[in-house]
Design a protein. Structure first.
Length: 77
């Protein structure tokens, strides 16, 4: 039971990190990890955000190469 709960929290953390990566990619805003004074916690935060970037890149690559997704073109002015 404890293993299942740990996996659940890990997946939730990866999803949250992926959402933050998506926000960063679409808006340019991201958490300022340089404001974290403890170097260990800053490293953990950078790793956490890096996991989201990796997952986001994998999902984006899958969507680009999939026939189930198409690029939306903006309507003409």
């Amino acid at each position: 039971m404890a293993i299942g709960r740990l996996v659940h929290y890990a997946v939730d953390a990866a999803l949250l990190s992926t959402v933050i990566a998506g926000v960063r990619r679409s808006s340019g805003f991201s958490p300022d990890t340089s404001a974290i004074t403890d170097p260990t916690m800053r490293g953990v935060a950078d790793k956490f955000l890096g996991v989201g970037e990796t997952v986001f890149d994998m999902l984006q690559g899958t969507a680009v190469n999939s026939s189930y997704f198409k690029r939306n073109t903006p309507p003409p002015p």
